[in-house]
Design a protein around this ligand. Structure first.
Ligand code: URA
Length: 215
């Protein structure tokens, strides 16, 4: 068991090192750092966001900007810290283009960029970690992990079986929550806390289930 755990951590680290020089899509042209993921690769709970923004690109760490601070707060309200989960994204390099003034502006990754990064890095990472529960933050992550055309407002907070982990659930992206004001902000934030708590409880339940295969 112990050897298995060490092996998982080593394999995720190897993938991370292998991803550093990745030039599989054009996102590499403007990136400062590859943002592979962080936290505990032995955790049964993996959180998948959309992709790095400016702060993440600068530091090489996922969710370190304002959205990350909010995510940390919500995790803490459910009794968890980053070291209790593994955090990664659909894409590992910042998707951004210069605006008219030359300032870099974030944009959603294209379906091609997402598919490339999922095949090369997200899928292999999840195959090593084998999470019991994946929490997708935002529709792009839910579209990639749960199903295409995911309807966040109707489908968030419920579990879906997935090939990437035993169960997946989606919640509002912290960056979306930060764009809300007043009561809308409070209720969006509360919904993320509730979805994290639902995911945490599902991990406890899933640990009691028999393994999917006998051998
Ligand atoms: N938003 C994301 O989806 N991921 C990050 O790592 C940071 C912001």
């Amino acid at each position: 068991m112990m050897a298995e755990a060490i092996d998982k951590a080593v394999q995720v680290e190897k993938l991370c090192q292998k991803a550093q020089p990745c030039i599989a899509c054009d996102l590499h042209l403007r990136r400062t750092n590859v943002v592979f993921g962080e936290g505990n690769p032995l955790s049964p709970l993996v959180i998948v966001g959309e992709g790095p923004g400016e702060n993440e690109d600068k530091t090489g760490r996922p969710f370190v900007g304002r959205a990350g601070v909010l995510l940390d707060e919500c995790l803490r309200e459910c009794g968890m810290l980053r070291k209790h989960v593994y955090i990664t994204n659909v894409v590992r390099c910042r998707a951004a283009d210069p605006d008219e003034t030359g300032r870099m502006k974030n944009r959603p990754p294209t379906s091609q960029e997402s598919a490339t990064c999922i095949n090369l890095w997200l899928e292999p990472t999840l195959a090593v970690i084998q999470p019991l529960v994946i929490l997708c933050l935002g529709a792009p992550s839910a579209n990639a992990i749960i199903h295409k055309g995911f309807k966040m407002m109707q489908e968030r907070g419920t579990f879906f079986p997935t090939k990437y982990g035993r169960y997946a659930i989606a919640g509002l992206h912290p960056a979306y929550i930060l764009r809300q004001q007043g009561e809308a902000f409070d209720s969006a934030r509360a919904s993320l806390v509730a979805d994290i708590e639902t995911a945490r409880k599902k991990v406890i339940e899933a640990k009691k289930e028999p393994p999917a295969t006998l051998f």
